[in-house]
Design a protein around this ligand. Structure first.
Ligand SMILES: Nc1ncnc2c1ncn2[C@@H]1O[C@H](COP(=O)(O)OP(=O)(O)OP(=O)(O)O)[C@@H](O)[C@H]1O
Length: 305
């Protein structure tokens, strides 16, 4: 099938439409209104985020995607309470976000585990800090390690685990505090393609089984479509919401759907938004100015192509 015969990404089967109806009937967990962030630097101001409006409903899976520098990390850091916004507001269960809190679990790209603690103790750390007794914290930790399939590695240290296993521990550690929302910033970005695919499927399985809402940042279009109910597409300079896409790919999702017409139509739309053919982002122009001047250092007849 060529691109011209693809359906519109706006076409939804009756099942998908009914699913979105059900989502719209759920309560709003996260509400972001007119959110803005301006960084002041000696070189001038950067408007990292401007007038961001969106809401996420309970047990919805929302991905945020956009070109480099569109403010994805800034947005998630503000929602995590690690950075302050300069305009608008972000509400979790109706309460303004003012700092970090147990109601948000975070998983970032870098392996943020404590290297000197075992897997189990890494997961117990949060509950113990929050006043749970040692036995209760251990019980909770083992339950979540079981859920991510790592109960056998409870006494291992992070350096003894693969990248994918470490991110599973990070997920268990984020979920053990029973947050309302899981904030994930390119959590699988450092993993090889196969592990990444396994982790995506694993994350969907976890999400299906527990009462958790997910906001997931990625720059990988396939990952966003595979995981999300809706995709928030940001644009850069300033970072603004460009479009919100309701993913028309039915659930349950399977890797076999990557070639389905709905999947490809959604990907074509994302590509149109993120890599518009004729436009260059300002940072591309900056890159062009510093392009290396390549000179030939091999014999003219010694071709590799
Ligand atoms: N601490 C900071 N001080 C000044 N400017 C910043 C700071 N952090 C981010 N910025 C600027 O804000 C804009 C958004 O940055 P941010 O890292 O949130 O984007 P991003 O979409 O996550 O990018 P990437 O995909 O490359 O990680 C960029 O122009 C960046 O240079």
């Amino acid at each position: 099938m060529n691109q011209e015969t693809l359906p519109s990404h706006l076409d939804q089967s009756p099942e998908v439409r009914a699913r979105f109806e059900r989502i719209r009937n759920r309560e709003v967990i996260l509400e972001v209104r007119g959110l803005g962030k301006r960084y002041r630097t000696p070189q001038g101001d950067t408007e990292a985020l401007k007038g961001i409006d969106f809401s996420v409903r309970r047990r919805e899976f929302v991905c945020v995607i956009g070109p480099s520098g569109c403010g994805k990390s800034t947005l998630i850091r503000i929602l995590a309470g690690l950075d302050q916004h300069t305009d608008g507001e972000a509400l979790l269960d109706g309460k303004p976000i003012k700092g970090p809190g147990q109601d948000r679990g975070m998983v970032f790209q870098g392996y943020s585990l404590f290297p000197w603690l075992t897997v189990k103790k890494n997961v117990m750390f949060g509950p113990q800090m929050n006043g749970r007794g040692r036995d209760e914290a251990e019980h909770d930790a083992m339950m979540w390690l079981d859920l991510v399939g790592l109960e056998k590695f409870a006494d291992a240290y992070p350096h003894q685990l693969s990248g994918g296993m470490r991110q599973r521990v990070a997920i268990a550690r984020a979920l053990v505090n029973q947050p309302r929302i899981l904030l994930m910033d390119e959590p699988f970005g450092a993993l090889d393609a196969q592990t990444r695919a396994r982790m995506q499927t694993h994350l969907i399985d976890i999400w299906k089984n527990i009462d958790i809402t997910v906001l997931f940042i990625t720059h990988d279009l396939d990952e966003a479509i595979y995981l999300a109910d809706r995709i928030l597409v940001l644009k850069a300079h300033p970072g603004e919401v460009q479009e919100v896409i309701e993913v028309p790919v039915p659930r349950p999702r399977t890797p076999g759907q990557f070639n389905s017409p709905e999947f490809r139509a959604t990907k074509a739309r994302l590509e149109e938004l993120i890599h518009p053919a004729a436009e260059h982002a300002p940072e591309d122009e900056e890159d062009d100015k510093v392009k290396p001047h390549l000179i030939r250092l091999t014999d003219i007849n010694d071709n590799v192509e």
